[in-house]
Design a protein around this ligand. Structure first.
Ligand code: FNR
Length: 395
């Protein structure tokens, strides 16, 4: 089935990320769709992330010779076809068979970086086998520092050149949908029966993932729990290993054990951004974890301009949370970012159609970028700045 073919469950040919979201909703058991789609608490920040992009207006310009529009960039030592990076997403091997490998292959073909989560289903080594380009590795600092060092050694051995160190998860924000669906554990008997029904009423997914996509374990954590049989055995260990004692001093420790690029992910405050730049982070990700941690914090797009102004190019800026189109990428770059990460956009596509879906979403976003740049009168991404945006005072 080609990317433009109709999907029988939706009766449309998917044209945008939102269409892939609907396909993912149909294909996945509800507990997994909600795991991707949900945000923390009342989900206000999650919704505001998307709304901030919707509310920002582009400035249409005409007759500016846009015959050479080029979305490519050079970022953290590599050429990329567009300034878009696949964000680390845990458990993607539960959305589609060996999901991390499928996402990686699509990213490699599109010539953009893929980031493997600490809590991916596939291991660093499984990705290494499939990779045709270096991939990025994301680390949560877990209490067992020796295990962290071991993970860094494995990532280095697999050719990873960039470490994404996630700093906005010293504790877990509660996601009500996961609690209601029993995904956070401690389900009642009735709840467990409902979960089982949710699974068996999605036979195509059952054939693809639990049957065809084994083993469903946390590949990177297998060495810590060699006897673990399934995801539930890992869950308790992972929840217990998030380290609330983490502080800026831990970055020295990371630097001692990692000599590639270091990207600090989860910065939303100007002072934190300045400190990250001062200690030499190669890049920061302005992020609120896609609205999955502290509800009530600003949308990343509204935090971005002040952060960009404060760091003055001393560290590169990636932004994520709420990016659903190439138009959003253009708005983010015009607001001060050097690159963007996408989390849900590639997760929905993976759940809907595997590697082919992710490839299609990346192609859609690149084309949307090209059109947005053409119609704002810009040929290169280095020309994207606030001049392509309508200022609030001009509305
Ligand atoms: C995430 N995110 C995330 N971040 C991280 O550093 N490690 C991880 O394992 C995960 N896992 C994860 C699972 C799911 C289902 C989602 C949706 C997100 C956060 C992710 O990297 C990114 O910051 C957000 O997804 C960006 O927001 P959008 O693009 O999803 O709106």
């Amino acid at each position: 089935m080609g990317p433009s073919a109709k999907d029988s469950s939706l009766n449309i040919a998917p044209a945008c990320v939102e269409d892939y979201r609907e396909l993912a909703r149909k294909r996945l058991p509800r507990q997994f769709f909600d795991y991707i789609d949900g945000h923390a608490y009342q989900e206000k920040t999650g919704h505001n992330n998307v709304k901030a992009f919707e509310d920002l207006q582009l400035r249409q310009r005409i007759l500016r010779d846009v015959s050479r529009v080029d979305t490519s960039t050079h970022f953290l030592g590599r050429d990329m076809d567009m300034p878009v990076i696949l964000a680390p997403v845990g458990l993607t091997g539960c959305f589609a068979k060996r999901g991390e490998v499928q996402g990686l292959k699509a990213a490699n073909k599109a010539n953009v970086p893929f980031t493997l989560s600490t809590v991916g289903i596939c291991s660093i080594e499984e990705l290494q086998q499939a990779a045709t380009q270096p991939f990025w590795f994301q680390l949560y600092v877990i209490k067992d520092r020796q295990y962290c060092i071991r993970l860094l050694e494995r990532a280095k051995a697999a050719g990873c050149d960039t470490l994404v160190f996630t700093v906005d998860l010293p504790v877990l924000g509660e996601r009500y949908r996961d609690t209601r669906n029993g995904l956070s554990g401690n389900g009642s008997l009735l709840g467990n029966l409902k979960r089982a029904w949710d699974i068996i009423s999605h036979p195509k997914w059952v054939l693809d993932v639990p049957i065809g996509g084994k083993p469903l374990t946390f590949g990177n954590l297998q060495e810590a729990l060699p006897d673990a049989q399934g995801l539930n055995d890992f869950k308790g260990w992972v929840d217990d290993q998030f380290d609330p004692s983490i502080s800026w001093q831990d970055l020295n420790w990371i630097r001692d054990h990692w000599h590639g690029n270091i990207v600090l992910k989860g910065i939303l405050d100007v002072e934190d951004a300045k400190q990250a730049a001062a200690i030499g982070a190669d890049a920061i990700v302005v992020s609120n974890h896609g609205g999955r941690q502290l509800d009530g914090v600003p949308a990343t797009l509204s935090a971005l301009p002040d952060i960009a102004q404060a760091v003055q190019g001393k560290t590169k800026i990636i932004v994520d949370s709420g990016i659903r189109s190439g138009l959003d990428v253009v708005k983010a770059l015009a607001s001060g970012a050097d690159a963007c990460m996408i989390g849900r956009a590639w997760s929905y596509a993976l759940a809907a159609r595997g590697e082919q879906g992710v490839s299609h979403v990346l192609a859609i976003m690149k084309n949307e970028m090209r059109v947005a740049m053409s119609l704002t009168g810009v040929n290169n991404i280095t020309e994207l700045n606030s001049s392509v945006l309508i200022k609030p005072s001009e509305r």
